[in-house]
Design a protein around this ligand. Structure first.
Ligand code: FAD
Length: 433
């Protein structure tokens, strides 16, 4: 039975490579088609000025179980590949919250009650709110915006600005007035409520193409599969029980196809297929949010006080010291998530603005040797309440959809992408629908 299966995967991002590894490990022949010259999609390594950077500064959480499992399966070593930090939120001079080494959720409650930068009332309100969410099993009877949920639970303006807003934007890449409260609660449930290690923050020491997709490709090829780079799928053509994938290099037939391309490509490919209009429209309706990353290479002695530190009411939201994280001394990255006024600045002006903020906040007077702004304008879908995300199954039974934007508990994250890829792979296995 398994011998007849042959799966084509469109897209070599985290979702596509997760599907490929899962199938290859089960002995199913897979072929991955990736349009770019390299794997990784929205989580990829970039070479700039002989320096290895990423298209964005990614952070994993300890609760990203499937991503961590697959990284290990393909030969990664979590403790070597990441700097692991226990849950901590530092907004320079405005908030300092650190979780003690106690079981969850006690670690969070104590972190909130001892947080520097919040007054007693704010700390108690935040802790009470967390307990109320736990009592509700992190489930809302009706989804709403994060801003509305915080209002319902009496969270003060200062507490929102210093704690809930940065947390929501970091987790959902969506402003609190637009963000789904239920999806935020899903993340809080998985990260904060089970084991203490689930809330650990994992900062990569290697680039995101090397971390998983590249190793996954080696794993897939060792198991008899194929990975084609610079090979865009131009059309999916139903052909009896099989599906053909057309590329400029030729056409191949598959028993199943997993479309793990970005939502824009998926919509374009599906729109051409009979019976998939509704799915294509559902995908087209997803709004997108940007993420900007500003890299500044300073002389090697320049450092931040911590590997990761936030700024309060500045353009730069989170700063990463790549020297402390990965030994890339003097390389700092500023992350600006979701829509905002920074989009009105040109790239040079934005880099200068970040350098000024670094000087004002940390007294860094050195001039950067170079800077690089990477603007991912369609970084993630806008994670709005009650969002209708497309299911893995489509009206064509052997055509499945994977990707961070497909239906699931998580916002657009690596774990969401990986979970969807693994789910699609399992649906291709005999006995699964
Ligand atoms: C700047 C930035 C920062 C982020 N930070 C975090 C973070 O800290 N933590 C976190 O968990 N998540 C983060 N994310 C989100 C995370 O990167 C994404 O959720 C995840 O990478 C999506 O993976 P995917 O496989 O679903 O899609 P993609 O990565 O978009 O993969 C789709 C792939 O399909 C390929 N493709 C497109 N068209 C075709 C075609 N016609 N034929 C073949 N291949 C095609 C693309 O080239 C791409 O490689 C961030 C995203 C960005 C952009």
């Amino acid at each position: 039975m398994a011998a007849k299966l042959k799966v084509g995967i469109i897209g070599g991002g985290y979702a596509g490579m997760a599907a490929a590894v899962e199938l290859a490990a089960a002995g199913i022949p897979v072929t991955v088609f990736e349009s770019a010259k390299q794997l990784g999609g929205r989580a990829r390594g970039v070479d700039y000025h002989d320096t290895q950077i990423d298209n964005g500064q990614h952070l994993l959480l300890g609760c990203y179980r499937e991503t961590l499992r697959l990284i290990e399966l393909v030969g990664g070593d979590i403790e070597r590949d990441f700097l692991r930090l226990p849950l901590q939120l530092d907004l320079h001079h405005h908030l300092e919250l650190r979780a003690p080494r106690l079981p969850a959720p006690l670690h969070l409650l104590l972190a909130l009650l001892n947080a520097k930068g919040l007054n007693w009332q704010e700390r108690i309100k935040a802790a009470r709110f967390m307990l109320a969410l736990r009592a509700m099993d992190f489930r809302l009877p009706q989804d709403t915006t994060v801003a509305e949920l915080l209002r319902q639970h009496g969270q003060d303006a200062g507490l929102i600005l210093k704690f809930w807003e940065p947390l929501t934007i970091a987790a959902l890449n969506t402003p609190i007035a637009k963000a789904s409260a239920q999806v935020l609660l899903n993340v809080l449930r998985d990260a904060l409520n089970r084991k203490r290690a689930d809330s650990d923050m994992l900062l990569p020491r290697i680039d995101f193409t090397s971390l998983f997709p590249q190793r996954a490709a080696t794993f897939v090829e060792r198991h008899g599969g194929k990975v084609h780079l610079s090979c865009a799928v131009e059309a999916i053509v139903p052909n009896g029980d099989t599906l053909a994938l057309q590329t400029a290099q030729g056409t191949q037939q598959f028993s199943h196809v997993i479309c793990a391309a970005s939502s824009t490509t998926a919509e374009r490919l599906l729109r051409l297929l009979a019976g998939l209009d509704d799915t294509a429209q559902q995908i087209a309706a997803l709004e997108q949010q940007p993420i900007y990353t500003v890299y500044l290479q300073y002389p090697a002695q320049v450092q931040l006080p911590h590997p990761m530190i936030g700024l309060h009411q500045r353009i730069s939201q989170w700063l990463f010291d790549k020297g402390r994280i990965a030994g890339q001394h003097g390389l700092l990255a500023a992350v600006i998530s979701a829509e905002g006024i920074h989009q009105e600045l040109g790239q040079e002006a934005l880099a200068q603005k970040v350098a000024v903020e670094l000087r004002e906040e940390f007294g860094i007077v050195e001039v950067p040797l170079w800077s690089k702004v990477i603007a991912e304008k369609r970084a993630t879908f806008c994670c709005a309440p009650n969002l209708q995300r497309p299911a893995a199954r489509t009206a064509i039974p052997n055509l499945l959809l994977a990707g961070d934007y497909t239906a699931g508990d998580y916002p657009a994250t690596l774990e969401g992408a990986v979970l969807s890829g693994v789910d699609c792979a399992r649906r291709c296995l005999p006995g699964r629908k």
